[in-house]
Design a protein around this ligand. Structure first.
Ligand code: GRF
Length: 212
């Protein structure tokens, strides 16, 4: 696929970057319909930046400002400007630990997606794998969804299930969910980039359960 036709992704993260690596690996395959235009992090020493640079990707730390859980106005503007300068079509959250709101979501309306480590709407928020284990469910999974003004409340694009085993610890369950994430996220991005995902209010069509 010619480069100019590829969907340009801006990947935002705060952590180790395993989802970004999975996306970068998919993007390096011939004919992949998306490419990573830029990787941004709100933590200077985040692994995601090192792992992006190892792959020759454009990667930058942008300070988040004075709040703990969101970007302040100046930081929000800086993120928007950097993503616009990289001509990003879709913002891909991959472990970005700050809530995006207001101006950012208006600028990229229906063009910000996230992956969450549970079957939403169960277990939104932090440490979803631990919430699932503590609750005692037998099946959990991961969800790719659009980002709206709530926390993990946006329309669901794709989900994959993961079993909870008797011997699981939070760490073993988290690892199994992350393995599922690493294949679901590139699959969802491919569907997005090829126009297969149709947004109809709360329903995103195109990635039914069992098809991905
Ligand atoms: C992923 O498990 C994802 O579910 C959550 O943040 C984690 C990021 O991990 N939103 P990584 O930085 O991609 O390894």
């Amino acid at each position: 696929m010619a480069d100019e036709k590829k969907l340009r992704l801006g990947v935002l993260g705060s952590g180790k970057g395993s989802n970004m690596v999975a996306i970068a690996e998919a993007a390096s395959q011939q004919d992949c319909p998306f490419e990573i235009a830029v990787v941004l992090a709100d933590v200077a020493e985040a692994g995601i930046l090192a792992r992006a640079r190892e792959r020759g990707l454009d990667a930058e730390f942008i300070a988040p400002g004075r709040f703990r859980t969101k970007l302040d106005d100046d930081a929000e503007r800086a993120y928007i400007e950097r993503l616009a300068a990289a001509r990003v079509d879709l913002v891909v959250l991959a472990g970005f630990m700050r809530i995006l709101k207001g101006e950012f979501l208006r600028t990229f309306e229906n063009r910000v997606i996230n992956i969450h480590p549970s079957l939403l709407p169960s277990f939104p928020g932090l440490e979803a794998w631990k919430q699932a284990l503590d609750y005692g469910v037998k099946v959990t999974g991961c969800t790719v969804h659009l980002v709206d003004h709530g926390v993990d409340t946006g329309a669901i694009i794709a989900q994959r299930t993961v079993p909870v085993l008797d011997a699981d610890t939070p760490a073993s369950l988290h690892e199994r969910i992350q393995q599922a994430e690493r294949s679901l996220y590139p699959a969802a991005l491919t569907a997005f980039a090829t126009g297969r995902v149709k947004i109809e209010g709360r329903r995103c069509l195109g990635m039914s359960f069992g098809q991905v």
